[in-house]
Design a protein around this ligand. Structure first.
Ligand code: MRU
Length: 349
């Protein structure tokens, strides 16, 4: 299962808005189409957005080189356009910054084709590393499980949300392979139903037992002792360990605390924003009201109703039991653990 693939100089995306009904590829040979795909959530999930944007930079640079346009101002503008697509997942900015730092090694007299080749190599490295990183996260995470556990997840942090394997679903995949998973409860994840459309589908593809619930059922499922752990992905983690993730994650974390259930976050180093201490400073994307007023393409709310549609929320570190990274499992106090991680590994993968 691949959310994206670089083939014949084009970025192929599995259209996640069409799943699970249709498996359709979108072939992007233009960075503008990549930007559009990120905005429309045809490609989504923090690591997948980052990798897609990296290939977007390659496509943009290639266009500039072939049209002998002003290369540097053009490249800066393309990077900025890609940065504007979605505000919350820091992997987007991490990947674009990484691409631009490769480009900036070349002087103004450099041959644009050489820069394009270096950018392509870097984007491929970002994609390849994502797979290895997720496998490491998954191994560290699976080690947290002992016997056969039933776990709950929110949104989709699987292969679809990354380049391969997944973060939270990667841990579940690995734990399943080790015989440590009984069943997964998947929150449907309103308004865009990533849990129902993507997580349920992804797990069923591999024969991992999954039970779909609506978001408002999570509390009751916990009360009935039907889940023993929660595991989710992240879009941005601050120095203090506050975690931005799909809207509804915070409610699940509060419920987990009330029911004494561990709440795990699985994320790569590229999801940490070391420049932000508190979750209050994480920019939260707000999306169009029709995502809330409609269900399955049909309007369900009265015309003219006021709508609030934040796409993410922030779970304070006090509700997080552990953060699973490719470098190991971080436990509270998170500020110390994350600072140590930053000092040892920050920026180097
Ligand atoms: O709006 P989305 O679908 O891009 O939101 C995705 C999530 O919130 C995921 O949980 C997060 O990006 C982690 S993906 C490994």
């Amino acid at each position: 299962l691949r959310s994206l693939e670089w083939r014949n100089g084009c970025l192929e995306l599995l259209d996640q808005t069409a799943l699970p009904g249709k498996t359709e590829q979108i072939v992007c040979d233009d960075y503008r189409r990549v930007a559009e795909a990120i905005r429309r959530l045809e490609v989504r999930g923090a690591p997948a957005i980052g990798a897609a944007a990296a290939f977007g930079v390659v496509l943009g640079a290639r266009e500039l080189a072939s049209e002998s346009k002003e290369f540097w101002p053009g490249l800066l503008a393309i990077a900025e356009e890609l940065r504007q697509t979605r505000p919350t997942a820091v992997n987007l900015f991490w990947a674009i910054d990484r691409m631009m730092s490769v480009a900036s090694r070349y002087g103004s007299e450099a041959v644009p084709a050489d820069i394009v080749a270096a950018l392509e190599e870097e984007a491929l490295a970002i994609a390849a590393e994502d797979k290895t990183v997720n496998q490491r996260i998954s191994e560290h995470g699976a080690a947290l499980f002992g016997g056969k556990a039933t776990v709950l997840t929110h949104c989709n942090a699987g292969a679809l949300a990354t380049v391969a394997f997944g973060t939270a679903l990667g841990v579940i995949r690995q734990a399943w392979a080790e015989g440590k998973i009984e069943r997964v409860f998947a929150d449907e994840t309103r308004p865009l139903l990533q849990g129902a459309r993507l997580t349920a589908w992804e797990l069923m593809q591999e024969g991992i037992p999954v039970t779909l619930i609506t978001d408002n059922m999570a509390g009751w499922v916990m009360k009935k002792k039907m889940v023993e752990a929660v595991i989710v992905g992240a879009d941005r983690i601050t120095l203090s360990g506050d975690v931005a993730n799909k809207i509804g994650t915070y409610s699940v974390a509060v419920l987990a605390k009330e029911h004494n259930i561990p709440f795990y976050v699985a994320a790569p180093l590229s999801t940490f924003d070391f420049s932000i201490a508190s979750g209050d400073d994480i920019p939260i994307e707000e999306r169009k009201s029709d995502e809330v007023t409609s269900l399955g393409g049909r309007r369900v709310a009265p015309e003219g109703v006021a709508v609030f549609n934040p796409a993410f929320d922030v779970t304070p570190s006090s509700l997080v039991t552990a953060i699973i990274t490719e470098y190991g499992v971080l436990k509270p106090p998170f500020t110390a653990a994350i600072t140590e991680l930053q000092q040892k590994k920050g920026g180097i993968i």
